[in-house]
Design a binder for this molecule. Sequence first.
Ligand SMILES: [Zn+2]
Length: 336
Amino acid sequence: MGMVTHMRFQELTESQKVVAKVIENSIAAQKIGHAYIFSGDYEPYLIETAQLFAKALFCEMPSGAEPCGVCRNCKRMDSGNIVDYMEVEPDGASIKKEQIQQLLSDLSLRGAEGDRQVYVIHQAHKMTTQAANSLLKFFEEPGVGKLAILVTTQPQLLLPTIRSRAQHLVFRPIDRVRLAEKLAEEMQCTNDLARLALTVYPKWDDAREALHNDWFVQAYGLVVQLVEVLTKRPQELLLFAQEKWLGHFKGRNELRVGLELFESWLEEALHFKVRTDYVPELFTKEQSLYTAFVNDRPVHKIVHAIEFVHEAIRRLEANVNPQLTFERLTFDLQKG
Ligand SMILES: [Zn+2]
């Protein structure tokens, strides 16, 4: 597994006071439960926190809850190379019983290096009932030193029996503006581009990867061009689709990114239309295009455009050919 977090405990204390306090106290009192639920609105942050918690537990010379960062175990965590730390992610749409059984079998085999094992389940609400039941059985007799961290953005979808057997830490909503600033600083790009990347790619690493590539920057430019054509020369939409757009957004996943960027534009435009004092937070350099776009365009037409984009995304998910999907969208947009 490649990772790992470089988050410091100090950062967690600043952004998530309550969560940090609970973790700090349980480490200080050496009272670590056998299962925690981390819930919040931004999964990458929850996972980073889980990794940090694990690192603090494995660290050979932590200072309170802050891992030293230099010992053998910290180095192993940093390189994703520690056998007593495991992560499970959904395989497709769900986490299946076989995955949980594999995990439990790994947990029983390993543990040779120390008396602590930590396993993190991503999108834990996606466990099938059978998977959750396997885990529950394990919770009844977890053995010494085993710690489960169930990460979820939708804790209400976890089985009540799971919820009642784990300590639930609820994270405050993440400040996305700050998050984008952090990403922009790291990637040396504009805040605007970083925010869009975080909007389209829910995972931090995927957003970083996107910002590494010219492809994403060009995608940004094409979305602006799409809006320009739609605003000034709507009769040329199909031509634009064939000559430019479809040459860039080739497959299903690429087109999905393009559509989600376009959707972000439309949503900003809608705010801009209904609230005269609103300053768009995405595509921030395009203020005059926003003005031109919403001028002469009634609210319901912008709402329809958003619905057409949703419809196009649904078609993509239903395996309709990407080219046909986008051409159909240009037709819908022209009709309004
Ligand atoms: Zn250490």
